[in-house]
Design a protein around this ligand. Structure first.
Ligand SMILES: Cc1ncc(COP(=O)(O)O)c(C=O)c1O
Length: 367
């Protein structure tokens, strides 16, 4: 048996829609881009969705749009994909880290106050692995101090926090459509979600060469639009998103049930009190992570380590900011113990059973 960590979706409807667009639409800024944006805004319950060429650009543009610039700091988590912090630097700002909660892997609101000074202008929580961050607490800190909140929802399409979809709660939320995400566009892509007219307008300009009109530019912008073909695919995937997320939650429940009796294993946070995760990844924790990974891979089960190094310990961050071990101990511990096992909407029950059997075998033989 060979079990993949993630699986890409492609069907006849997608192929036909792509051909149709190739024959009839403009390659850049075709009508499918605008339709996709309308559908995203409706799905996420926001006024605007502005697509971009990647999640990193979405984050960068959202940060610029809320006023992040040279000398301004943005508080975020060191336990995320590096693009989260990079986007702050791309916007001209300085990322400042607060450690995460050990039970949710997300930014710990209690650790935010110690990072705050007069230069902080925004907070950038990440809904890591599809589990919503503590938005009430984060937004309340931000509101008291007049800070912006930009959500990194790049791994959390459709996750719900107290009745609202994440990405639509802060001043702006950002999505990535990279192929491994809960929905994708068969290539790179991203979007900024917002209810704010000015943020939407600024992001629209930034992604499109700073254009006010065709050859009149009032900002230094980028060429960072979503291509029409990618929007065509995104529209189809968005229609499947709820059903796929439901399937992920069902698989997660099965893992929870079949793995809960292993004492040496910590399972991912479950949804409750209005929190509905979307299990972008199903991430377990064990002190024997590397051994278990090797064992599972030898058994034909693909696994992933997200992330083997927290952002502050990445070579470039050590070099730029003099970061070192011990600064964010929970993130460091998670990096050493986390292991993501296969989860995607097309995973079959017998595959889930096989993964669980192999995990049981590992702990039984090593007892
Ligand atoms: C948490 C997080 N933030 C940001 C990004 C950046 O998105 P992209 O790869 O589309 O630039 C990703 C995805 O790769 C991500 O997982």
């Amino acid at each position: 048996m060979r079990i993949r960590l993630v699986k890409q979706f492609m069907d006849k409807e997608t192929v036909e829609a792509v051909i149709q667009a190739l024959q009839n639409e403009r390659a850049v800024m075709g009508e499918s881009v605008f339709k996709f944006e309308e559908e995203l805004a409706r799905y996420f319950g926001v006024k605007y969705a502005v697509t971009t060429s990647s999640g990193t650009h979405a984050l960068q543009f959202a940060l610029i749009a809320v006023g992040v610039r040279a000398g301004k700091k943005v508080v975020t988590t060191p336990y995320s994909f590096i693009a989260t912090a990079n986007s702050v630097i791309h916007a001209g700002g300085i990322p400042v880290f607060a450690d995460v909660r050990e039970d949710t892997y997300n930014l710990d609101p209690n650790k935010i106050p110690e990072t705050l000074d007069k230069d902080v202008s925004a907070i950038l929580p990440v809904h890591l692995f599809g589990y919503p961050a503590d938005m009430d607490e984060i937004c309340s800190i931000a509101e008291d101090l007049g800070l912006a909140v930009i959500e990194d929802a790049c791994q959390a399409h459709g996750a719900v926090y107290k009745g609202r979809k994440v990405g639509g709660i802060g001043d702006a939320g950002c999505l990535s459509f990279y192929p491994t995400k809960n929905m994708s566009v068969f290539g790179d892509g991203g979007a900024v979600l917002t209810n704010d007219d000015e943020i939407a307008e600024t992001v629209r300009k930034l992604r499109d060469c700073g254009r006010r009109s065709r050859y009149v530019h009032d900002m230094i912008g980028y060429t960072a639009r979503l291509n029409t073909i990618n929007a065509v695919i995104g529209r189809i995937q968005l229609k499947h998103l709820d059903e796929w997320n439901e399937q992920r939650r069902r698989i997660a429940e099965k893992y929870n049930k079949l793995l809960s009796d292993i004492d040496e294993l910590l399972l991912p946070p479950r949804g409750d009190h209005g929190i509905k995760p979307v299990y972008h990844l199903y991430t377990i924790r064990t002190e024997r992570r590397d051994e278990l990974k090797k064992w599972l891979e030898e058994s034909g089960i693909e696994c992933g380590v997200y992330y083997p190094l927290p952002i502050h310990l990445q070579p470039i961050y050590r070099k730029l900011f003099n970061y070192h071990e011990g600064l964010y101990p929970i993130s460091e511990k998670l990096s050493e113990t986390c292991l993501s096992i296969p989860i995607h909407p097309f995973l079959k029950d017998d595959e889930v059973n096989y993964v669980c059997e192999k995990i049981h075998e590992f702990f039984d033989k090593n007892r």
